[in-house]
Ligand binder design. Sequence first.
Ligand code: AMP
Length: 286
Amino acid sequence: VEVITEIESCRSAIQAAKGAGLRTALVPTMGALHSGHLALIQAARQRAGHVAVSIFVNPTQFCPGEDFAKYPRALEKDLSLCRDSNVDLVFAPSVDAMFPVAATTTVHVARLADGLCGPLRPGHFDGVATVVTKLFQILPVDLAVFGEKDYQQLVIVRHLARDLNVPVEIVGHPTVREPDGLALSSRNAYLGPSERRQAGSLSAALFAAVDRAAGGELRSAALLADIRARIHAAGPATIEYVEVVDAETLESLRVIDRPARICLAVRIGNCRLIDNVAVDGRPSTR
Ligand code: AMP
C-alpha cells in the first residue's frame, strides 16, 4: 500500500491508475478502522481495480466541546488493516495541508442538514460537505463508498455530488453490526461494559419498529413511542432525537406511506450513538 500525505502526489497517483485503465474508488474515513470500514473497502474493491482510503480526523466537522482531541487515532494499525485488505493507496494528510489558515471556503448543503443531527451539531455537516468536496478534488476517483450508518451524511454527499456536478458515483453500503445489533463505530470504544450491554437496545428497538410496521402499524407516533420506551427500559439514556423521515428528502413523516428511514441519536454515558433503519412496511431483513 502506497501511503501519501501530499495533495499533489495523491492526485497524480489517481490519474496514473486511471491512465493504466483502472476504475478507481475512494473510501473516506476518520481512521480507527473497524469491520464496518473494511466492508466499505471490500465493496470498493468489487467495483474498482484501484482502491484508495483516506484517513483524516477532520477538525471542521467537530463542534466546540465535542471529542476531536480524544477521538481514537491508530494510524499504524489502520495501515496494516489496509495492507491486509489490499488497499492500493492511503491518503493521510495533515490538518495544515487540508485546511491552511488562509482557507475561507465552505460547502453548505441546504435543507438536508436542517434536521436530525444538524441542529444538535451546528457546523458539522458543513465540515463534512467541505472535506468530502476537497477529497473529490484531491482524489478524482470514479466512485466513492459511504456507509448507511451515517444516513444523513450519505444523503448530503449524494446531493452535493449531484449539485456540484462532481463526476463521482456515490455508493451507499449497509450498516455493519455487532452480533447484538449495535452498529459498529469508532466511538463504541467510549462505552463501559454495562453501557455496551445497554447500547444493544437501540438497534433492537429500531428492528422491533420495522417489524411492527410490517404488521400494519404505519403511524410514526406509535412506532416512535415504542422505540423510546424500549430504549429507556434498557437503562439511563438521553434520546436526542428519534424520527421517521422520508428516505430521500429526510422530511419528517407522520405516516409511512413511502420508503422511509427511522433515525435516532442517543447518549449513553459519555458516548453519543447514532443508528437508523429502512422502513417501508416490509419485515426487517435481520
Ligand atoms: P468514520 O470513520 O466514522 O467517519 O466513517 C467512515 C465511513 O465508514 C463513513 O462512510 C461511515 O458511514 C462508514 N461506517 C462507519 N461505521 C460503519 C458501519 N458500522 N457500517 C457501515 N459503514 C460504516
